[in-house]
Design a protein around this ligand. Structure first.
Ligand code: RB5
Length: 149
């Protein structure tokens, strides 16, 4: 189950992601917003991030104008590793190396075809584990307030 959320600036891009998920046979849950009325992106990004952190959803995709606001918000939720991507190379590497469980994109930054490529790459690339797991464990330690060295 993929958690989705966006603000008023990204309704079209969220629909594009839904179409992609339908094509890929992946289920999703949409945490809003649903209208073009100006809204506060943290409310919606937090809903999606909490659903991923709780295990209700496996991963999440959040979108706002730049992608920055929703990524900052999602990364405040313990357990979330949200990667803001504007090209497929980073989308692939953040799955392989960071095991990112959320993807953020900027609807005012990238076009629809690029967004589709990024989302598809991110959804299909596996985590490599190994030395990268050790680094993720350090991020988790930091989140828990433990010393890293
Ligand atoms: C909304 O105007 C805009 O600030 C928002 O979509 C996002 O870009 C914030 O980071």
């Amino acid at each position: 189950m993929i958690a989705l959320a966006c603000d008023h600036s990204a309704l079209e891009m969220k629909q594009l992601v839904k179409d992609l998920l339908d094509e890929m046979g992946l289920a999703y849950r949409d945490f809003g917003t649903d209208t073009a009325e100006s809204c506060d992106y943290p409310v919606f990004a937090a809903r999606a991030a909490k659903a991923v952190a709780s295990g209700e959803c496996d991963r999440g995709i959040v979108i706002c104008g730049t992608g920055i606001g929703v990524s900052i918000t999602a990364n405040k939720v313990p357990g979330i590793r949200c990667a803001l991507c504007s090209e497929p190379y980073s989308a692939e590497l953040t799955r392989r190396h960071n095991d990112s469980n959320m993807l953020a994109m900027g609807a005012r930054v990238i076009g629809p075809e690029l967004a589709r490529m990024i989302a598809k790459t991110w959804l299909t690339t596996p985590f490599e584990g190994g030395r990268h797991q050790r680094r993720i464990d350090l991020i988790t330690k930091l989140e828990e307030g433990l010393p890293l060295e």
